[in-house]
Design a protein around this ligand. Structure first.
Ligand code: GLN
Length: 461
């Protein structure tokens, strides 16, 4: 279902009728556990305002869903954690405000790994989301709920956040388009912070044109997010012909399932048929990307999560005698195991005895990775590769082994560390399992529009 399909439905009936239908469908599909809360009352009120002509805009009446780490009115903002289970947002994320200013209607908040730590939604304090194609499999994550509501055609688009792959991987696992924009293209104000130097927000859609539309509405400078860049996103109707594209050889090894590689190769053939030039390239620092990511991201998130102390907001432990006990018990009760694991790793790598050996070293290695990307972009317009080494895995398959779970992020974290735009687009279904496979297009900073235009030109194949 596309945005224009929904707009046709609104024209033929009313915004209220469409929103009621969408909410009914969300309830019907409740078994997928893609949504944590509906924002029904507020959504219907806004739909009536659209029908009365009080709300207008490019997306007037179009329903959407936001990941539950975005502050939004109408339901609590839980970040899928006990810590924020009853937290009502005092304001809305800039991205939500911008979409609402164009008349869009948020109908619910989607499931995620608690505080976006994970790649399957199995770390949600409220239980996992099921894959849209196989309910025994994970949705991917952490933005799994948003991917699934889009794939199930509940809403035409949904928002997610991507710190190391959380939009791209679930998009790949559910056969939808997932966009991780250039770092700073879209304001993160009002989104629960994970790792401030890689967090970005972006969209899930069923086609590329919708991603372009939603991106163009959300992009731009925000005085409340000092990392935002002046708006540079301009939808590119024409595709630049004969682009030079590097296929990352380090991502096409035996470590990546053959059925996934086969789909990427097929997509590459399609690009060649359209006159683009594909060459195999190396990104040797990719080998270290996971190690860098799993030092720097825990370091940053341990600092960002320090605010959940039971004093200011969120959960507060009861019947405690001392302040230390209040902090300790609150954090023990409010965080899931994966949150605690990362806070411990982060605190460790930032501690005075180990800072130089881990945090500083990882920052230096990150610079080397960025330099390698920069070198490649002197010769290539963009890079291509798989999104994840596998298709959606079984629920429970990787939960006992966090390292195995982290390995799944190997091809999404490099661009996150470098702040580069990267999108996941459907590349068909695996010949082995029949599950969706995504291909990843990655470009230099601010090349978002080119990646999307190229992906759009490939949709007809
Ligand atoms: N799966 C990655 C992680 O666990 C990415 C998470 C994200 O992008 N929020 O860190």
């Amino acid at each position: 279902m596309t945005i224009s399909d929904i707009q046709d439905q609104i024209k033929a009936s009313s915004a209220r009728a469409v929103v009621e239908k969408v909410i009914a469908k969300a309830r019907e599909k409740a078994d997928y556990h893609a949504l944590l809360n509906l924002t029904e009352e507020r959504a219907l009120q806004r739909a009536d305002d659209v029908d009365a002509g009080k709300i207008t805009g490019k997306l007037a009446g179009v329903p959407f869903v936001v990941k539950d780490n975005f502050l939004a009115f109408g339901a609590p903002t839980t970040a899928a954690s006990k810590m924020l289970e009853h937290f009502d947002a005092p304001l809305q994320a800039t991205a939500v405000e911008k979409l609402e200013a164009e008349g869009a209607i948020c109908i619910g908040k989607s499931n995620l790994d608690a505080f976006a730590h994970g790649g399957s939604t199995e770390n949600s304090a409220f239980g996992p989301t099921k894959n849209a194609f196989d309910t025994e499999r994970v949705s991917g994550g952490s933005s799994g709920g948003s991917a699934v509501v889009t794939a199930l055609d509940i809403v035409p688009f949904a928002l997610g956040s991507d710190t190391g792959g959380s939009i791209r991987q679930p998009a790949s696992f559910n056969g939808v388009v997932g966009v991780k924009p250039t770092y700073g293209m879209i304001s993160r104000y009002g989104v629960v912070a994970m790792a401030s130097s890689t967090d970005v927000i972006g969209s899930f859609t069923t086609n590329v044109a919708d991603a372009e539309l939603v991106s163009s509405i959300m992009a731009g400078c925000d005085v409340r997010d000092m990392t935002t860049l002046p708006d540079f996103f301009q939808v590119q109707t024409e595709v630049k012909p004969g682009q030079k594209i590097g296929l990352i050889a380090d991502f096409m090894t035996d470590g990546v399932d053959a059925d996934v590689r086969a789909k990427v190769n097929q997509y590459v053939d399609g690009l060649k048929a359209k006159g683009h030039i594909i060459e195999s390239v190396n990104l040797p620092m990719a080998e270290y990307a996971l190690a860098i990511y799993y030092i720097l991201v825990p370091a940053e998130l341990s600092s960002n999560l320090a605010r959940y102390d039971g004093i200011r907001y969120g959960h507060r432990a009861e019947a405690v005698k001392t302040l230390a006990e209040l902090y300790g018990r609150t954090r023990d009760e409010g965080f899931v195991t994966e949150n605690k694991r990362r806070i411990m790793i982060g605190s460790y790598v930032l501690s005075s005895g180990f800072f130089d050996a881990y945090y500083l070293q990882a920052q230096k290695a990150r610079t080397l990775l960025i330099n390698q990307f920069n070198e490649l972009f002197k010769k290539y317009d963009l890079l291509i590769g798989p999104v994840a080494p596998t298709t959606a895995f079984k629920i429970g398959e990787n939960t006992a082994d966090p390292i195995k779970m982290y390995l799944g992020d190997i091809m999404t974290v490099p661009t996150s560390l470098a702040g580069l735009p990267a999108i996941s687009v459907p590349a068909g279904k695996s010949d082995v399992s029949g599950l969706p496979v995504g291909v990843q297009l990655m470009g230099p900073m601010r090349s978002d529009a080119n990646l999307l235009a190229l992906a759009r030109s490939m949709e007809t194949i």
